[in-house]
Every structure is written in structure tokens, then in C-alpha cells.
Design a protein around this ligand. Structure first.
Ligand code: ADP
Ligand code: ASP
Ligand code: MG
Length: 472
């Protein structure tokens, strides 16, 4: 926390892919930043320009399959988009240093893809170096745009700030090391009043190998930096007015929620609300650093405040979210395996495959365990469980794995649902009225959420029905 009275509060401001999607958008971001300079000290975190990360990952994947042409098209598109911003927004002097720098990043892209196509492989480690090149380019541009407008700013590669473990593709930060490194690296810039413009998404292991924090990870970068610097606030600038009562793409009349608790935000992001990376809240929760979600396209809107406790939050359901690419897996331990033994081995398998369990239900009399996971995790989990229970399955002591595909998990979230009777009944009644069949039901033990599985084809209607029932 800032202590001295005349010190400005430190705000970490993260701008997502659409907020830095092109020259016009980047110019507005520079205006937003400039507009807060009188009242805040700032550290800026930027995502890659919208769509760039997808392009990079696709290029690497195609190259590793031996396609030697696809990435050449991507190289041209990357060069075009980033050059266009430079030419439109940078002073001549800035262009002279930034254009060669962009060319170096594109050369790195070319070298990596060329290597992948030769060896027909891309390792997770190499993928991280490649997939986060977009952040290096956008941070380089954003810092130069600010300098061209007369402000002091410097692009900073987050591999110099965020120390992570070596789970390439989905790394976790090491808090103490990150705090030490980030403070040390940024001290000089902060003293001189320069704005650090930090690459989102990226981090590095102890020995300096580039890692990434998972898709959408720049939100997480924002709060990791916020916690490391003991910032007063973290502002996440995106393309919607704040956290809404439902995904606005599913429910057009979803409303903004002015304030939600950390726990509610965690629950929403864990269950698919894309507005926040699922781990975003973790670094700031203990330090009680408030996080704001704001719209870079509509700066007049105050946005959503995420903080320790929602003081005037309404009782009952607060928001609805859904994961629509799920599958439901059922395992039957029959008479031979007690439920605890079955569950222990199944969940250990899920853990070893790093698969997120979206919901789980049991029928202990029959030793049946049913759980929902993401479709993308299914092949690995299935192989793992079939190996784990190979002998039992062979002798039919355990039933074969039954998989119900194309399932969606819908989750109703609200801290104050606890102690409000009838919430589940109302939700299920609303679904029943529309003839939507419930495949499985679970209530979070925290009573912060109620989850249910429906057919993926009915998810939109299910979310809308529940949204309407609770008049969100
Ligand atoms: P950024 O590029 O700024 O990180 P994202 O696309 O990752 O933005 O996240 C913002 C998007 O999240 C919104 O455009 C919206 O479609 C989606 N979204 C899903 N659920 C919600 C929700 N409950 N509230 C707000 N936005 C949501
Ligand atoms: N650019 C990265 C992605 O698209 C990180 C982010 O945007 O948050 O996943
Ligand atoms: Mg995002």
C-alpha cells in the first residue's frame, strides 16, 4: 500500500486483446492511460492484439504437422497488423527503433515455425515462447505510442518479473520470487516516473525459460503484478461494461453487477465466465486488493468492483455461467470396490491428468461415481482410468467407463444463496416448465453455487430460463 499522503495510488491497468486490437483501439488506450496520470501511478499490462495468439498457436500447430506454407501467410499478417499500428501512431523517431524491433520478433516467429516444420514437433516449452510473441509486440508498440504522445514509458518483458513453475502452457507463479524480482526490476522505472508497459500472459522459470499462464492469462498477469507491487487496485479493461449476470452472448439482456465478492468472481470464472481468467483473483485475495472490470469502449461506465465482501449484494442468485463443452463420465464400482476406494482412484487419475472436475455426484449404495469434465480432457482421462482399472475391468469387477458427450454444466452463483431457501427449486422449476431435462445436479459445499448438467444443445435456453426466473 502507498503510505505517504502525497503519493498517488498505484493502479495496475490491464488491457485485453480487443482493447488493443488495432491502431484506433491502441490510441484510445493511450488516452485512457494519459487521463489517469494525474491521479494514479500506473503499471500497464497488455495482451496480444485480438486474434494474434490464436494465429500464432495455429501456425505452430500446422508447422509441426509439416505444413511449410501456412505460417508464411501468418507471418505476413502479423507483420501487416503490427506495422500498421506503428506507422499510424508512432513518431518518426519511434518508428526508427520500433519497426526493426518488430521485425526481430517476426524473425523469431519464422525461425521457430521453420524449426517446428522440420522436426514435425512443437514441445509445450517451444509453444510458450512462440504463442506469447504477440504480447511482446503489443507491449513494444504500446510503450512507443505513449512515448510518441510525450509520456515516459518502457516496454517490459514479464519474463523479467514473473517467476513461475515449469508447467509450460499453464504455469503458476511463485509469489515470493516474483515479488522480489518484479520490485527490483521496476524500482528504477517507478522512481523515474516512467510507465512500465508489461507483457501479459508470459512468465519465466527460475532458469529463464519462457512460460505462459494459460489462455486468457493476461488477467492473471495483472493481479500477479498487482500483488507483487502491493498495488492499491487492479483495473482490468475489456470489451464489456463489467461482470454481468450472464454471458451477454447467451443472454442479451444480462445486466452489469456493480459489486461482487472475490469468492463469487472465483466461482464465475472457474465455471467459464470468460471475462476473467480462472486464477485471476487468487493473487489479490489475501491482500484484499480490489479488482475493477471496466470497458475500454465505454469509459464512462464505472464497471464492476470485485472485493472482499459484497456489502450490499442482494440475497439469492447473483449470476449464471456455463461450460458448454463438457462430458459426463460414469464409473460403476459394482460390489467389488467400495465407494471411497473407487473415488480415490478416479480423482487421483483426474489429478494426474490435470483435468478440472466441473461437478461430481455419487450414488454410494450402488458405488456409482459420475463426474463432468471438459471434452478436451476426455481422451487423456479415459486412457488414464482404463489403465488404472485395467484388471478390474477385465474381470468385470468394475463397469466400463460410460461417457455421455455434448453436455453443458450450468452454474448459478451467489454468496447469499446460503440460507435462502427454494433457490434450487425455482431454478429446476424454470427448466421443467421449458421441458429441459436435468442430467445431473450438484450443490457446491460452500453453498456459493448450484450446478446442473443439461444437454449442450439446450444450454442457451437453460441459462436464459434461470436468468429470467431470478429476474437478474
Ligand atoms: P479480453 O480480451 O479483454 O481479455 P475476453 O474476451 O477474454 O476479453 O473476456 C470478455 C468477454 O467475456 C466478453 O466479451 C463476454 O462475451 C464474455 N463473458 C462471458 N461471461 C461473462 C460475464 N458473466 N460477464 C461479462 N462478460 C462475460
Ligand atoms: N493473448 C493471450 C490469449 O489470447 C492472453 C490473454 O489475452 O489474456 O490467451
Ligand atoms: Mg480475456
Amino acid at each position: 500500500m502507498t503510505t505517504s499522503k502525497d503519493k498517488k495510488p498505484l493502479r495496475v491497468m490491464k488491457f485485453g486483446g480487443t482493447s488493443v486490437g488495432g491502431a484506433e483501439r491502441m490510441a484510445s488506450v493511450a488516452e485512457i492511460i494519459a487521463g489517469h496520470l494525474d491521479t494514479s501511478e500506473m503499471a500497464v499490462v497488455v495482451s496480444a492484439m485480438g486474434g494474434v495468439t490464436d494465429m500464432l498457436i495455429r501456425a505452430a500447430t500446422e508447422a509441426s504437422r509439416g505444413d511449410r506454407e501456412h505460417w508464411k501467410g501468418v507471418r505476413a499478417e502479423l507483420a501487416r497488423r503490427h506495422r500498421q499500428v506503428a506507422v499510424q501512431l508512432l513518431s518518426a523517431a519511434e518508428q526508427a527503433t520500433v519497426l526493426p524491433r518488430l521485425a526481430e520478433f517476426i524473425q523469431d516467429f519464422e525461425n521457430l515455425c521453420s524449426g517446428f516444420s522440420l522436426v514435425r514437433e512443437v514441445t509445450p516449452r517451444a509453444m510458450d515462447t512462440l504463442s506469447s510473441l504477440g504480447e511482446l509486440m503489443s507491449a513494444t508498440l504500446m510503450a512507443a505510442i505513449l512515448r510518441s504522445a510525450g509520456h515516459k514509458a518502457e516496454a517490459v518483458d514479464a519474463t523479467e518479473l514473473i517467476v513461475t513453475d515449469d508447467s509450460f502452457g499453464n504455469a503458476s507463479p511463485l509469489a515470493d520470487e516474483t515479488t522480489h524480482k518484479a520490485r527490483q526490476r521496476l524500482a528504477g522505472l517507478r522512481r523515474s516516473g516512467a510507465i512500465p508497459v508489461i507483457t501479459g500472459f508470459r512468465g519465466a522459470t527460475h532458469d529463464g525459460q519462457c512460460t505462459t499462464l494459460g489462455r486468457g492469462g493476461s488477467d492473471y498477469s495483472g493481479t500477479i503484478i498487482g500483488a507483487a507491487l502491493d498495488a492499491d487496485e487492479v483495473w482490468i479493461w475489456t470489451d464489456v461494461d463489467g461482470v454481468m449476470t450472464a454471458d451477454p452472448r447467451l443472454v442479451p439482456d444480462a445486466r452489469i453487477i456493480p459489486e461482487i465478492s472475490y469468492r463469487e468472481a472465483i466461482e464465475l470464472s472457474f465455471f467459464g465466465a470468460k471475462v476473467l481468467h480462472p486464477k485471476t483473483i487468487q493473487p489479490v485475495m489475501k491482500k484484499k486488493i480490489p479488482v475493477w472490470i471496466k470497458n475500454s469502449f465505454n469509459t464512462a461506465c464505472p464497471g464492476t468492483k470485485i472485493c472482499a465482501a459484497s456489502v450490499n449484494g442482494q440475497a439469492g442468485a447473483k449470476a449464471i455461467t456455463s461450460v458448454s463443452d463438457a462430458v459426463l463420465v460414469t464409473m460403476n464400482g459394482k460390489d467389488s470396490l467400495s465407494f471411497p476406494r473407487l473415488a480415490t482412484r478416479v480423482f487421483n487419475g483426474l489429478h494426474l491428468e490435470d483435468a478440472t472436475t466441473l461437478m461430481a455426484t455419487q450414488s454410494s449404495a450402488e458405488n456409482v461415481l459420475c463426474f463432468a469434465i471438459r471434452q478436451a480432457d476426455l481422451a487423456r482421462v479415459k486412457a488414464r482410468l482404463e489403465k488404472t482399472f485395467e484388471l478390474e475391468m477385465l474381470h468385470e469387477y468394475v463397469g466400463v467407463l460410460e461417457v455421455m458427450p455434448k453436455v453443458a454444466v450450468v452454474v448459478v452463483v451467489g454468496e447469499k444463496m446460503k440460507g435462502t431457501p427454494g433457490i434450487a427449486g425455482r431454478a429446476f422449476g424454470a427448466l421443467g416448465k421449458r421441458g429441459i431435462n436435468l442430467i445431473a445436479i450438484a450443490q457446491g459445499s460452500s453453498e456459493l453455487s448450484i450446478s446442473f448438467a443439461v444437454k449442450a444443445s439446450e444450454v442457451k435456453e437453460a441459462v436464459r430460463a434461470v436468468h429470467e426466473e431470478f429476474k437478474l
